[in-house]
Design a protein around this ligand. Structure first.
Ligand code: GLC
Length: 735
C-alpha cells in the first residue's frame, strides 16, 4: 500500500478501530492451549474489541493462523490484517543453542545464519514477528534470563544484535523467508537488584550509557522493526512509562520510528509499581511515553477512548501509534498478502530439513566451552576403553532452553544416541544415576509444575556405582532443568541440584577419572564439580543436535572452540562478577596480610573461569605481537598484529581477543574492554596472523562532563585467548 493510501485508511478509521490496533491480545483468547508467557488478565473484551485487535501472541501453525486471519479480517471494519507474533528466540522446530551459548561462539555471522534459518521456518508457518533478539547486558548469574542474552560484554552483544536482526529481517521483511525482529528489553533489564527477576535496576547514568544502552542502539542501527519495553525501572521510572528513554533517547536521539510494544502487562504494572493509581493514568503515561502497543492487557482498550474524548490524551498520539503499526504491517506486505507467503507445503519443506539440522549441529559444537582438561583426559580414545556415561542428561531429550516452546522432544539427538553413533568398538554403558530435580524444591514452568518420573533413588545409584567401578573413564552428564532459567527463573544457589551433587560425590569415591559435561542456562557455581572432575565441558542448552555435538566433541571428531561470553563465578557470593571491572582505590595485590584491600576474606576476587576462557585439544603460541605504531591520532589508526601458531598435534580454532585499557581518564576506566575478536583455525604446526585496527573511535566513553569522546593519554592493548591475558603493548592517543 502506498503511504497516501495508508494515510487515507487511518483517516477513515474510527477512534475505536485506531485504538484496537494498539492492542495485542494473548493467543489463548483465540487459540485453545496457546502457551501463556505472562500473568493472564481478565481482558474484559467485547467481541468488537477482539476483532479490532492489531496483533496476537503465541498462536502457531499456518492452518490455524490462516483461519484466524480470515476470521479477523472479515470482522475488522477495514479488513486490516492481524500481526502474528511469538517468542522464537533460538529456533522454531530446528532448535539451536540458547543465545548465551551462541555468545560463546564469538561468531556473530553464525548467529545470523541461525536467525535466518529460524525466520524461514517461522515465516513459512505464518509468523510475522519474533520477540528476539534479547540484547540485555548480563553480569549476574542468579538472574535466570542470562540464558537469553549473548553475555556480559557490550561490544560482543552489539555485534550479535546486528547479525541476528539482519538474519531475521533479511533484505526485506516482506520477503517469504523474513520475519520482523523485536529487540528487547529496553532498557537494562539485565541488572535487577539481587538477580531477582523484575526487580529494580539501579545504575549510574554513565554505566547505563556506556555499558547497557549500546547494544539496543546497535539493534536500532541494524534496522529492528520493533522494540520491547522492559519490566524494570530506569532511574526509578518503569520503562513503559519512561518518556525520557522511550522518546528522547530511543526515538529522538537514535531515530527509531518503528513499533514500541510493552512487555507483557508492563503498562498495567505501572500501577503495581506505584506510579499510577489506575488504568486511565497508566494508559496516559504509556501513550505519552510513545508505547505503541499494549501487550496482553485491556489498559489501552478500556481507557484510551474516554481519555481522548475528555481531552486528556491527544488523538494525534493515537494516530501516531496506529500509523506506526499500519506501516509495519505494510512493510511486511500484509495488506497485499495477509499470510506473508506462508503455506504448509513450504513449511513442511523447510522445517527440520537436513541443512537446518546440520546448522544446529555446527552451532552446538561451536557453542560448547571446554573449561578444563587436566592430563588431556579428553578427547576420549575410541578403542580399548570402558566408559560409563552417568547422569540425568546421559539419555535426555530435553536439551533445549525453556523458551523453546515449539520444540518436539522426538527431534532431539540425545547424548546416548550421539555416543552410540561413534563408539562402535569400545564398551560404553549408560546410567541415569539420580533424579534431575531436588524434590524439596517444586519447580514450575510456563505450563505448570515440572514433573519428573518417579524413580527408585537407591536402585539408580547402585546401577551407576556398579558401572562407574568397572569403567576406565566416567563421563558425568549433569545440569539444571531448563525451567531453572529463563523468565522468572532466578536462583540464589546456582549449583546443580542436590541429588546430582550427591551422585557426583559418590562416583568420585570409586573412580577418579571423571569428565563432567554440564547442561545449564547460566554460569553455575561448579566448585564441587570442578574439583572432582579432570575435565569440565559447559554445554548450556545446545538444542536438538546437542547430544550429537557433545559426543563428537568428547571423542575429538571435532575440537571445542567455545569461549565464555559470561564469567563463571567462583561462587554465588562473588556475583555480580564481570571482567571489565574497575581497579578501585585499593586494588588487590595478592598479599593477604595487608587487610585494607578490595578483596574477600574467604574467596578469591577472580571468577572460577573468566569471560573469554575456552580450551581446545591443541595449544596456540602467540608470537610476534606488535603494533604498527605507538600513536593514535584523530586521523591515524594503528594496527595490532599477532602471529598465532598451532604447536599441538591436532587442528583447532582459537578465538583471539583484543582488549583495550585506558590508563587514566576524567572518570574511572575499566581494567579492560573487549574491542575485537577473531576466530582462526590452524592445523598442527600451521601459523597465521590476526590483525586488529585500533582507532580513536573505539576509545570514546562518557566523560566527566557527560560528553561522549576520547581523552588523550596512554593505553594498553591486550591480546590473547581470554580476558585475563597479561600480554599487552602500550600506545598513546595524542588528541
Ligand atoms: C514475557 C517476556 C518477553 C516476551 C513476552 C511475550 O513476559 O518478558 O521477553 O517476549 O513476555 O511472551
Amino acid at each position: 500500500m502506498k503511504r497516501d493510501e495508508l494515510q487515507k485508511l487511518l483517516k477513515d478509521m474510527s477512534l475505536e478501530e485506531k485504538i484496537g490496533q494498539l492492542v495485542q491480545i494473548p493467543g489463548f483468547m483465540i487459540e485453545k492451549g496457546a502457551v501463556l508467557t505472562g500473568p493472564a488478565m481478565e481482558m474484559g473484551f467485547t467481541e468488537e474489541d477482539l476483532f479490532n485487535a492489531g496483533a496476537t501472541l503465541s498462536v502457531f501453525g499456518f492452518d490455524r493462523i490462516k483461519e484466524i486471519q480470515d476470521d479477523f479480517m472479515a470482522h475488522q471494519p477495514h479488513h486490516i490484517p492481524l500481526l502474528f507474533m511469538g517468542d522464537i528466540i533460538n529456533g522454531y522446530r530446528s532448535v539451536f543453542p540458547i543465545p548465551l551459548a551462541q555468545g560463546c561462539t564469538f561468531d556473530p555471522a553464525l548467529a545470523g545464519q541461525l536467525a535466518a534459518m529460524s525466520a524461514k521456518e517461522s515465516s513459512a508457518s505464518g509468523l510475522h514477528v519474533t520477540f528476539s533478539p534479547m540484547v540485555d547486558l548480563v553480569r549476574d548469574a542468579r538472574w535466570g534470563r542470562v540464558m537469553e542474552s549473548t553475555g556480559e560484554d557490550t561490544y560482543l552483544n552489539s555485534c550479535f544484535a546486528k547479525a541476528v536482526i539482519e538474519g531475521y529481517q533479511g533484505k526485506d521483511v516482506a520477503d517469504a523467508d523474513s520475519v520482523a525482529a523485536c529487540v528487547k528489553h529496553f532498557a537494562a533489564y539485565g541488572a535487577p537488584e539481587g538477580g531477582r527477576d523484575y526487580n529494580t535496576v539501579e545504575l549510574s547514568e554513565r554505566t547505563l550509557l556506556d555499558d547497557y544502552l549500546p547494544s539496543y542502539h546497535a539493534a536500532v542501527d541494524a534496522g529492528t522493526e520493533m522494540v520491547m519495553t522492559s519490566f524494570n525501572t530506569i532511574n526509578r521510572i518503569p520503562a513503559s512509562g519512561n518518556a525520557f528513554y522511550m522518546k528522547d533517547v530511543l526515538r529522538k536521539q537514535w531515530g527509531f520510528n518503528g513499533v514500541l510494544i510493552s512487555d507483557w502487562a508492563a503498562i498495567n504494572e505501572l500501577i503495581t509499581n506505584g506510579i499510577c493509581r489506575e488504568k486511565e493514568e497508566a494508559a496516559t503515561l504509556a501513550i505519552n511515553a510513545g508505547v505503541d502497543m499494549d501487550m496482553c492487557t485491556p489498559v489501552y482498550a478500556s481507557s484510551l477512548k474516554k481519555l481522548v474524548e475528555d481531552g486528556t490524551v491527544s488523538e494525534d498520539l493515537i494516530d501516531e501509534s496506529c500509523m506506526r503499526i499500519l506501516e509495519l504491517k505494510n512493510r511486511l506486505g500484509l495488506f497485499e498478502d495477509p499470510y506473508h507467503h506462508a503455506d504448509n507445503r513450504n513449511a513442511d519443506e523447510v522445517i527440520l530439513c537436513r541443512e537446518h539440522r546440520e546448522l544446529c549441529l555446527k552451532a552446538a559444537e561451536e557453542s560448547i566451552v571446554l573449561l578444563k582438561n587436566r592430563k588431556e583426559i579428553l578427547p576420549l580414545a575410541k578403542e580399548g576403553l570402558e566408559i560409563a556415561f552417568i547422569g540425568p542428561y546421559a539419555d535426555n531429550k530435553r536439551l533445549h532452553g525453556v523458551w523453546s516452546m515449539l520444540a518436539e522432544e522426538e527431534d532431539t539427538v540425545t547424548v546416548r544416541q550421539g555416543i552410540e553413533e561413534i563408539a562402535q568398538n569400545n564398551t560404553v554403558t549408560f546410567a541415569k544415576g539420580c533424579r534431575l530435580l531436588d524434590k524439596k524444591y517444586p519447580l514450575y514452568g510456563f505450563r505448570g509444575r515440572v514433573e519428573e518420573e518417579d524413580v527408585d533413588d537407591e536402585e539408580l545409584l547402585l546401577d551407576a556405582m556398579t558401572k562407574a567401578k568397572r569403567a576406565d573413564v566416567v563421563v558425568m552428564l549433569l545440569g539444571e532443568h531448563p525451567c531453572h532459567s529463563g523468565e522468572a527463573g532466578s536462583r540464589a544457589d546456582i549449583r546443580i541440584p542436590k541429588p546430582q551433587r550427591r551422585l557426583l560425590k559418590a562416583i568420585a569415591k570409586v573412580n577418579s577419572n571423571i569428565v563432567t559435561v554440564l547442561f545449564h542456562g547460566r554460569p553455575l557455581d561448579i566448585r564441587g564439580v570442578d574439583r572432582r572432575s579432570k575435565a569440565v565441558m559447559a554445554a548450556w542448552f545446545p538444542g536438538i543436535e546437542g547430544g550429537r555435538a557433545v559426543a563428537r566433541l568428547l571423542y575429538g571428531e571435532t575440537a571445542p572452540s567455545g569461549h565464555l561470553a559470561m564469567s563463571f563465578p567462583y561462587c554465588v557470593g562473588q556475583v555480580p562478577v564481570h571482567y571489565d571491572s574497575f581497579t578501585t582505590g585499593r586494588q588487590y595485590t595478592g598479599n593477604d596480610e595487608n587487610r585494607f584491600q578490595s578483596k574477600y576474606l574467604d574467596i578469591p576476587n577472580k571468577p572460577l573461569y573468566p569471560f573469554g576462557h575456552g580450551l581446545t585439544y591443541t595449544t596456540f603460541d602467540y608470537t610476534d605481537v606488535e603494533l604498527s605504531g605507538d600513536t593514535v591520532t584523530p586521523t591515524t589508526d594503528i594496527t595490532l598484529n599477532a602471529k598465532i601458531k598451532n604447536i599441538g598435534n591436532r587442528a583447532g580454532t582459537e578465538t583471539v581477543q583484543l582488549y583495550i585499557r585506558d590508563l587514566y581518564g576524567s572518570v574511572v576506566r575499566p581494567v579492560r574492554k573487549l574491542k575485537g575478536f577473531k576466530r582462526i583455525t590452524l592445523n598442527p604446526g600451521e601459523e597465521g596472523t590476526v590483525s586488529f585496527v585500533i582507532n580513536r573511535e573505539m576509545l570514546r566513553f562518557t566523560r566527566a562532563d557527560m560528553t561522549f569522546d576520547a581523552e588523550p593519554g596512554d593505553f594498553y592493548a591486550y591480546v590473547g585467548t581470554n580476558s585475563a591475558t597479561e600480554r599487552h603493548l602500550k600506545f598513546t592517543l595524542t588528541e
